[in-house]
Design a protein around this ligand. Structure first.
Ligand SMILES: [Zn+2]
Ligand SMILES: [Zn+2]
Length: 239
């Protein structure tokens, strides 16, 4: 057993050496210097394609499309090269799952900057992936982040009552309308009592057109959720 473990460590070191994703510094997946290059949004923005900064208690801007999702919090912008790389590495390489820690820190710092209050009626829920995909990949990256936020803020957490029931094509490369069509009817609730009168904090890695979050928010509202706030590491502004 010990030998097997040593061999595994050796192979991991050879094939996946612990190097900073930004600058290749040794013994870390993301060094402090590279982390500090990620700019945290001190503001909350609306849902519009060209997002407007929201000040005070406004949920959206006056021209925002009416939807199920009430707010979106995104810690940083997806055009930051380091953020982009960390998110994609975390998605496909389980041995880099510790990268969920700096991503969680970005979210927590953003929530602090925007004056977010964790309240007792809140529940943290990751955007689910299909179980066959989770089995194949070994994990759901949004779930890793959601679990860490729940732990750090002592907020209730649930990862099994909102599920993805249909497999979909990847959303990447699809247009806004195609994304909405692709994701329609893909989510389901297994136990609606979990969400009744709650404010659901829906966690995902990237917010692009919001089609996925909007579809999740729809079923959560139908299950009795009062509010649904999307919280993501990054926002990609589609052009
Ligand atoms: Zn670095
Ligand atoms: Zn707007």
């Amino acid at each position: 057993m010990k030998r097997a473990k040593r061999l595994l460590k050796f192979l991991l070191d050879v094939f996946f050496p612990k190097l900073c994703i930004g600058c290749r510094t040794k013994d870390t997946f993301l060094c402090e210097d590279c982390f500090s290059l990620i700019e945290i949004n001190p503001y909350r923005y609306c849902f519009c394609q060209i997002p407007k900064r929201l000040i005070g208690k406004y949920e959206t801007c006056s021209s925002c499309p009416a939807g199920y999702l009430n707010r979106i919090y995104s810690a940083t912008n997806y055009d930051n090269k380091i953020v982009k790389k960390v998110i994609s590495e975390l998605k496909y390489r389980f041995q880099l799952k510790d990268l969920s820690i700096p991503l969680t820190i970005l979210i927590l710092l953003h929530l602090k900057e925007t004056g977010f209050d964790f309240k007792s009626e809140m529940i943290i829920v990751p955007v689910p992936i299909h179980k066959s995909r989770e089995r194949w990949r070994g994990f759901n990256q949004s779930r890793l982040i959601a679990e860490l936020i729940a732990k750090a803020t002592n907020t209730p957490y649930c990862c099994h009552s909102l599920i993805k029931i249909k497999k979909t094509k990847p959303q990447v490369g699809l247009k806004r309308k195609e994304r909405q069509e692709n994701i329609k009817g893909c989510f389901s609730i297994t136990d609606s009592s979990v969400f009744k009168d709650k404010t659901v904090l829906l966690i995902d890695d990237v917010y692009t057109t919001g089609a996925t979050m909007e579809e999740c928010a729809k079923v959560l509202k139908e299950a009795g959720a009062k509010y649904v706030y999307g919280i993501t590491v990054a926002r990609e502004v589609s052009t």
